[in-house]
Design a protein. Structure first.
Ligand SMILES: [Zn+2]
Length: 176
């Protein structure tokens, strides 16, 4: 299905423990000059989920938080603690790892869990990102990150690391 949003023009594809869909999505989106796909993956570690933005490969195993975070650093990707205060979230354990950012606005989390995540990011001095956590098309674009960057993957990843990012609720998509 072709889906688009009136102002969100960059989307990260982060399937669970798989990069099978990423290359195809990048390829399909490449015909639209104003749409950019950030390749990524969400890795299930025993401590909680970690998103890596800027890779179309899987990290080496074992998928511990250390290995995943080190992998992201080694390729200049961005590691993000996903939905820290929900099921499969790392919670306060996020403090133990050198992640680049915390997901502070997750489309599948409660207001309270997101507020807690925001506090965690603040106390760690880390940037906060948004993620729709979309598992189906109708979940897309529920929330978004506002990133001050050029429309290319490197610029966007750098801006996230530097903290030039804020989050907002974006109220879903329109169908084409
Ligand atoms: Zn997750």
């Amino acid at each position: 299905m072709l889906a688009a949003h009136s102002f969100i023009k960059v989307a990260a594809v982060t399937d669970h423990d798989s990069v099978r869909g990423v290359k195809l999505t990048v390829q399909l989106a490449s015909v639209y000059s104003d749409i950019l796909i950030i390749p990524g993956v969400e890795i299930s570690t025993p401590i909680g989920d970690i998103i890596v933005l800027g890779t179309d490969e899987l990290p080496p195993k074992p998928w511990t938080p250390e290995v995943v975070v080190d992998y992201a650093k080694s390729i200049d990707a961005v590691s993000i603690v996903a939905h820290p205060f929900r099921t499969y979230g790392m919670g306060e354990c996020a403090r133990d790892y050198k992640v680049d950012a915390i997901e502070v606005l997750n489309g599948g989390s409660t207001k309270e869990a997101n507020a807690q995540a925001k506090l965690l990011a603040k106390s760690l001095g880390l940037p906060g990102t948004a993620g729709s956590d979309a598992h189906q098309v109708s979940d897309l674009f529920s929330v978004c990150s506002i990133i001050e960057a050029d429309l290319n993957v490197d610029s966007i990843l750098n801006s996230i690391k530097k903290g030039f990012v804020s989050t907002q609720i974006s109220h879903g998509l329109k169908y084409l």
